[in-house]
Design a protein around this ligand. Sequence first.
Ligand code: NCD
Length: 304
Amino acid sequence: MRSLIDITDFSVEEVTRVLDLADEMIADPARWRTAMQGKILATLFFEPSTRTRLSFESAMLSLGGSVLGFAGADSSSTTKGETLTDTIRVVSGYCDIIAMRHPKEGAPMAAKLCSDVPIINAGDGGHNHPTQTLTDLMTIRREKGRLDHLTIGLCGDLKFGRTVHSLIGAMSRYPGVTFVLISPPELRTPDYVLQSLQDQGIPYRETESLEEAMPELDILYMTRVQKERFFNEADYVRLKDTYILDPEKLRTAKADLRILHPLPRVNEISTRVDADPRAVYFKQTRNGRFVRMALIKTLLEDMQ
Ligand code: NCD
């Protein structure tokens, strides 16, 4: 039995197979309508979510399976003091696979150790978010035709942005990838992520200036400043509008740049960018449904 806690739990070949299956599913969704009939997905979200939880539920329903779960720790027995491991032991008796989101880093790993069914990490604190990364990889591959030889700019909250950490881990495994890490000094990429890039000899540079980085980018991955992870409101208010992408800033960008964002967006991309053909963040959310369908089928059938 396999789980997906960190994107590197899957080899590059396994990731490729999930993305290939997702492409097949998006091309002909009707073919998969009963693929997971009789199977149950539990979505345990101890932290708020719209896209991720609904896309998991939509994915399982699109495969003919069923879903149960809760959206918010307030509606679970956590409020009575139940431990995470007890909750997982109980729920794994009610379902075939669990997607969980938790504010504490490492919680999905702890869950995996006591679960009888596969666990999918749907985001753990400021740490990792591997299914968002599968969505990002699918989007980059569909848009650019490849995952190698790309210059990727990641912009915004690189400290607390878990999607950033997982995406760097995933993209580091393809040849010819260069990272441009664009953030204010307070929101720099964590040292453990930078150390891993250095150890692998992967080229990266850090800058505060989106304007300076723009002309060389193939992918621009914008992120929200993660309000909920700040210790004090004043720091958040000072940093939240550091970057606002607008059509003027895109003037120096490549014609085939692609702009991604895991969403939700706050202020960091002007709505005036939405009509630009290079903006693919809404396509990206749609891809997320299909890549989660592919992931569920892979964990429940192909990797059993
Ligand atoms: C991201 C998350 O939860 O980390 N959202 C998502 O899953 N689509 C990004 C964010 O909240 O900023």
